[in-house]
Design a protein around this ligand. Structure first.
Ligand code: ITT
Length: 204
């Protein structure tokens, strides 16, 4: 049996520096008794080079290094946007899409340029999230989620982070950045992966 199957995990470190992800993860675990820390609580934590070819490889690396450093159970989230017309890009490079000093605004600008003139029906895309839950003895479990939609033509909305202002959810006909954060967490790639993780921890 996995360690988290027979003992209550009280404290988990989220192996992320992304404040948008941290805010969402905290809300997703809010009703549990788990105390969620993040790399922001460990300013001297080692920098993890994300050199994997898959979300899983990167998530496992982040989770392992941060669990070993903090000696706590960790969760890592590797996620990104896969655009069909771009053959799945930016994918694992989503956060660095526009170059070494990438930020959300520059990434969105580059994406809209690459899709310029493309009609809406060809702008299909998906957000993907892979979570790794890692125990200090080296055992781990993986959880995945995705959210399908379209890339819009102009950024809309102020909520969320990353590509949310240009990602349209067909069910709501709104961008993720126009949705209430509670709705995002209910339907998103991250929300779905966290739901399965909560079941594993027997707190869902
Ligand atoms: P950590 O590794 O510290 O967690 P990061 O931002 O570098 O933070 P990733 O390598 O997993 O994380 O890159 C994820 C990128 O994918 C993120 O920076 C966004 O650009 C995009 N992304 C992931 N989830 C998203 C979401 O829910 N909404 C919008 N964009 C998202």
């Amino acid at each position: 049996m996995k360690p988290w199957g027979n003992k209550r995990v009280k404290k988990i470190v989220f192996a992320s520096k992304n404040s948008g992800k941290i805010r969402e993860a905290s809300a997703l675990l809010e009703e549990t008794k788990i105390e969620l820390l993040s790399i922001l609580d460990y300013p001297d934590a080692p920098d993890v080079i994300e050199d994997g070819n898959t979300f899983f490889e990167n998530a496992l690396k982040k989770a392992r290094i941060i669990s070993e450093y903090t000696q706590l159970t960790s969760i890592a989230d590797d996620s990104g946007l896969a655009v069909d017309y771009l053959g799945g890009r930016p994918g694992v490079y989503s956060s660095r899409y526009s170059g070494p000093d990438a930020n959300d605004e520059k990434n969105i600008k580059k994406l809209l340029m690459e899709l310029e003139g493309l009609p809406i029906e060809k702008r299909t895309a998906a957000f993907k999230c892979v979570l790794v839950l890692y125990d200090i003895n080296g055992e781990y479990s993986t959880f995945e989620g995705s959210l399908e939609g379209f890339i819009g033509f102009t950024p809309e909305g102020l909520e969320g982070f990353g590509y949310d202002p240009v990602f349209i959810v067909p069910e709501y006909n709104k961008t993720v950045a126009q949705l209430d954060p509670k709705i995002k967490n209910r339907i998103s790639h991250r929300g779905r992966a966290f739901n399965d993780l909560k079941k594993k921890l027997a707190i869902g």
